[in-house]
Design a protein around this ligand. Structure first.
Ligand code: IFM
Length: 732
């Protein structure tokens, strides 16, 4: 029977390589390692490995990047002098496959290779980033000569010649050394930010051969030579210790200690501990969808990618839009994290969600500085965030390779709804977990200071006798500098209302904390009254006649366009019609009003208005952002549009597995992954909280035979099963 935890690839062509590297990323929430091939020393950047938090500005750069860590996967392998790899003058591939097993977070590659001299060799590579010891990376190669008895020469070490695709260097010259005859180490620090990183690697083998050190300055290696006996399997294991100054004062000593721990344990013990950890993870996180093998696999693939990016032991970092699987968006953190990736974690791995929310707590000083710099009060979170918490959205795109034209990016200035999105994720976390201590000590402060931002941000329109929020970008980023985006205004109102409730709870249950926060944030009766006035008088654009929300002022004056006429395509409409031209068209980049309905449902409008909104806005959606299809699927399922919901869900599921946005080479679309889970759980299964706890209201498309998942509610596990029209809940 097909195992739906496996993602397979057979003999990928070179044009598929960069996408496969993304899909086949392994990781452990501390480090992510793209699926570069082991012999891939011809790779243009050697950019395989990313460690959370190591941001660095290159000289003259516009925004910080996550500095790529050294490439530790490389192995140079020769049989009778023929070098294993893509060069067909050296040999030919008789068969090959790669399998990412998301059940135990390992990547396996099997190749049957015939040297130009006629020997036939079976090579099996297995790699994983230990989930138990986050500083340990493991790669094992098993080799068997099926025909011939070739002389094998193998070398491997740590390659420091990494750079981002931009070609810029982030590191001071690397120092190298060797702690043992079969091991090497490297260390350096980032040029601007001064983070230190050290890596130590040993090449251990059961070959009857002595190691030799190859002291190439930039790429120190260990090498072995031995004759293979036909039919005999030998193994070469690369054990790597990795540490940075973010965890301790002496990264080299820590990396060497990690390497020593790995040596002591050995491959088998490391792997079994790692696998046992993942078994426990899946007990809580697995989702079963019987009836559609592709969707089943996609759901697990998506959860895996969020899980390998979520930091288990660090609450000073967060997950970038492309996780740790690629250079896209410079690893910056967007609303993608809080509204898309945090939710599945809140319900299945709450400790991971908490770490991600704490990242925002630690970044409050940056958010306050941004508010102040813009003439506001409170905390205004940056649209793109890295390590310092300041706004790091670049202001211009890189020049277009053909026209040389740059496009101004306004989101850093104008896309402001993130502050409410963070508050929303906090409230979800609190309601689902009941973690009052988090709320008392951290969450309340974020929510309250965000409310202060909105109270200072709204503008009074005396002529209309209402508060407005002008000059913003909503989730639909095709339309910049708009007034009264309904998503932004409604979320701001929701935020202020929520902040009042949080304040009441804090004052009632934790009066000392309330008094302290009241003093530091200047929250008094006058402030609370003002919040209430804004709640009562903020403008929520609505067309009474058509009974629909209006996405922003003037939205229906835009020129109509038949979005469907341009199908099929993977390029967004602005990619076809031009950025400026699209701004005048009635086409929506991604769920905006629909996103609001996903988050707030009946709090936004009754079912009939929601249906009208759907009929109005769904046909205008370009899905130019990967965030869009899953949110649409969620809402379509809630509204009973199961035909469309199924289609949209499939679209979301294909985003990386079939590269249907054409840019998976840049990294996994983490938000879409989290959105897929939410579309299933909140949309199709209809999970919602009631005074009696979590309940379902399922609407499954035809053909889905069984859906099963577990969530935690206030510390208690609830397992839900939907099968043949029946719903069962098992508690505990
Ligand atoms: O946050 C998103 C945004 O909504 C659409 N453009 C890409 C960003 C990062 O994924």
């Amino acid at each position: 029977m097909e195992d739906h935890f496996l993602i397979r690839e057979h003999l990928a062509g070179p044009d598929q390589a960069a996408v496969s590297e993304t899909l086949f990323t392994i990781g452990n929430g501390y480090v992510g390692v793209r699926g570069l091939l082991e012999e891939d020393d011809a790779h243009p950047t050697l950019d395989s490995t990313r460690v959370h938090g190591l941001f660095n500005f290159i000289e003259g750069g516009v925004s910080p990047d996550l500095a790529p860590a050294p490439h530790w996967l490389g192995l140079t392998i020769e049989f009778d002098g023929y070098r294993f790899g893509a060069d067909t003058s050296q040999g030919r591939v008789l068969g090959a496959e790669r399998i990412l097993n998301v059940r135990d977070a390992t990547l396996t590659r099997r190749v049957l290779w015939q040297t130009a001299g006629g020997s036939v060799i079976r090579l099996t590579f297995e790699r994983f980033a230990s989930a138990v010891d986050q500083h340990v990376l493991v790669l094992r190669l098993s080799v068997m000569a099926l025909h011939g008895e070739p002389q094998m020469h193998i070398s491997g070490g740590i390659d420091t010649r990494v750079s981002l695709a931009s070609g810029f260097q982030h590191w001071e010259p690397w120092e190298t050394g060797s702690p043992a005859p079969d091991a090497v180490w490297v260390r350096s620090r980032t040029l601007q930010s001064g983070y230190e990183l050290a890596m130590a690697a040993a090449l251990v083998t059961d070959l009857d051969a002595a190691p030799a050190l190859l002291a190439d300055g930039a790429h120190p290696q260990v090498a072995y030579s031995a004759q293979l006996a036909q039919g005999q399997t030998i193994t070469i294991t690369k054990l790597v210790g990795l540490s940075t100054s973010r965890e301790g004062g002496n990264p080299l000593a820590d990396a060497l200690a990690a390497l020593e721990r790995a040596r002591q344990a050995g491959y088998d013990a490391l792997y079994y501990a790692h696998r046992a950890h993942w078994e426990r993870v899946w007990e809580d996180s697995d989702v079963v969808l019987e009836g559609d093998p592709f969707l089943q696999r996609a759901l697990r693939f998506c959860l895996y990618h969020i899980l390998i990016a979520a930091p288990p032991h660090d609450n000073q970092v967060s997950i970038g839009a492309k996780t740790l699987s690629g250079a896209g968006y410079r690893a910056h953190v967007f609303w993608d994290t809080e509204l898309f990736m945090v939710q599945p974690l809140t319900l299945t791995q709450p400790h991971l969600a908490r770490n991600l929310l704490m990242y925002r707590y630690h970044r409050l000083p940056g958010a306050r500085a941004k508010a102040k710099a813009n003439g506001f009060e409170g905390a205004m979170f940056p649209w793109e965030s890295a390590d310092t918490g300041e706004e790091v959205t670049p202001q211009w795109t890189p020049p277009d390779p053909v026209t040389g034209k740059r496009i101004r990016i306004w989101t850093g200035e104008l896309e402001q709804h993130l502050t409410s999105d963070i508050a929303y994720a906090i409230m979800q976390y609190w309601h689902w977990t009941g973690d009052d201590a988090f709320m008392r000590d951290y969450g309340a402060e974020i929510v309250l200071d965000g409310a202060r931002f909105w109270a200072s941000r709204v503008e009074w329109n005396a002529a209309e006798n209402r508060y407005e929020i002008n000059h913003v970008i909503g989730p639909d980023e095709y339309h910049e500098d708009v007034n009264n985006n309904v998503f932004t205004n409604t979320m701001a109102r929701w935020h202020l209302d929520t902040a009042r409730q949080v304040w009441d709870w804090l004052s009632d249950r934790h009066p000392e904390q309330a008094a302290a926060l009241g003093r530091t944030l200047s929250i008094d009766t006058a402030a609370l009254d003002r919040w209430q006035t804004i709640i009562d008088r903020i403008y929520i654009p609505f067309d009474d006649e058509r009974q629909i929300h209006i996405q922003f002022d003037g939205f229906f004056d835009l020129e109509p366009v038949d979005v469907l006429e341009y199908q099929p395509r993977i390029v967004s409409l602005p990619g076809i019609l031009g950025h400026e031209e699209s701004a005048h068209l009635r086409v929506i980049k991604q769920a905006d009003v629909v996103m609001l309905m996903a988050l707030l449902g009946e709090q936004v409008a009754d079912q009939s208005v929601q249906r009208n909104n759907w009929e109005t806005y769904y046909p205008l959606a370009d899905h130019g952002s990967s965030l869009s299809p899953a949110m649409h699927a969620w809402v379509a399922a809630r509204l009973g549009r199961l035909d469309l919901a199924g289609e949209l869900f499939e679209h979301a599921a294909e985003i990386d597995l079939r590269d249907n946005k054409g840019n998976s080479r840049d990294g996994i679309h983490g938000a879409s992954c989290g959105g897929l889970w939410q579309a299933l759980v909140f949309g199709f299964a209809g999970l919602h909280l009631t005074p009696d706890g979590p309940m379902l209201d399922p609407h499954l498309p035809p053909g889905w035979e069984r859906v099963q998942f577990a969530v935690y509610y206030q510390g208690e596990r609830h397992t839900f099963k939907i099968e043949g029209g029946d719903v069962s809940i098992e508690r505990g």
